[in-house]
Write a protein that binds this ligand. Structure first.
Ligand SMILES: [Zn+2]
Ligand SMILES: [Zn+2]
Length: 278
């Protein structure tokens, strides 16, 4: 039995997937513990208003998303359906984010960094604009520095897709090797440990050319060595066919690097389930 703790439905600005279909597909796949994690801030395909966090819009959209989950839960008593959120790092929306978290109780929150210099670096239309004038070292170091600030500053549970910069970066620089970035990555991991956060194993890019888990298994080994305790698995599905994808491979990697538990969440509190039970 697996968990899928990163799923987008039709309340996410970048997805149209029907929630009932997501639940039923995961039920067929015997994935019991699931969490819907829509974007808080706006993500539009044109990228003209990407990252905008307008409180009333976010509140009403996510409140409706929560009501829908509450309505569906009794219909699927064998499924453990959590209500979550994916939040982009943006210090300018700090007060609005705080207000949102005081008004809506989430079970689980992912912290993400997909926008650098107002460009969506996670595979958006304009991602190339971020990389084209930068060396790999410049591009990746700036990303990890941004992630470090978010981990220091942010109110969230787990870091989403830790090294998502490689999803577009590999086209410019080839396969991602984390070793040269160990000093900055280790700082992030220390801060994750210190603030009681965790790390998700995100499979969204395993079918892409870059074909790597987020984070790279080497980084996961460092996570274990650092003593980070909470881990989730997530497909980051925006479409139905992506739901639950590659999670069995991610589980095997988790076991190989020595992760002992996967966590599920209720009202932001983790419950650790021994990985041997999966
Ligand atoms: Zn994301
Ligand atoms: Zn996502």
């Amino acid at each position: 039995m697996l968990i899928d703790y990163h799923l987008h439905n039709h309340f996410s600005p970048d997805s149209e997937t029907d929630t009932r279909k997501i639940i039923e597909r995961l039920q067929e796949m015997k994935i019991k513990h699931i969490c819907i994690t829509n974007h808080g801030e706006w993500f539009d395909k044109t990228e003209e208003t990407v990252g905008v966090f307008e409180f009333n819009e976010v509140y009403s959209r996510l409140n409706s998303a929560k009501q829908e989950i509450e309505k569906l839960r009794p219909e699927y008593p064998n499924m453990d359906i959590a209500f979550g959120l994916e939040l982009q790092y943006q210090p300018k929306a700090k007060d609005e984010i705080k207000k949102l978290l005081s008004k809506i109780q989430f079970d689980y929150i992912l912290g993400s960094a997909h926008i650098m210099d107002e460009i969506v670096i996670s595979g958006g239309l304009n991602a190339g604009n971020y990389f084209k004038d930068k060396s790999e070292e410049q591009a990746y170091t700036a990303y990890f520095e941004e992630l470090l600030k978010w981990v220091e500053d942010g109110d969230f549970n787990n870091v989403a897709h830790f090294d998502i910069i490689k999803k577009s970066g590999y086209k410019f620089y080839g396969d991602f090797n984390p070793i040269p970035y160990k000093p900055i990555i280790q700082k992030i991991l220390n801060k994750i440990k210190e603030t009681g956060k965790g790390v998700e194993l995100n499979t969204a890019s395993m079918h892409h050319k870059c074909h790597q888990l987020f984070p790279h298994p080497e980084i996961l080994k460092w996570c274990v060595e650092t003593g980070i305790e909470n881990y989730t698995l997530g497909s980051d599905a925006h479409e139905l066919h992506e739901v639950g994808r590659h999670l069995d491979e991610a589980l095997q990697i988790a076991k190989d690097v020595g992760i002992k538990y996967l966590s599920t969440y209720k009202k932001r509190q983790p419950t650790k389930i021994p990985i041997s039970d999966y």
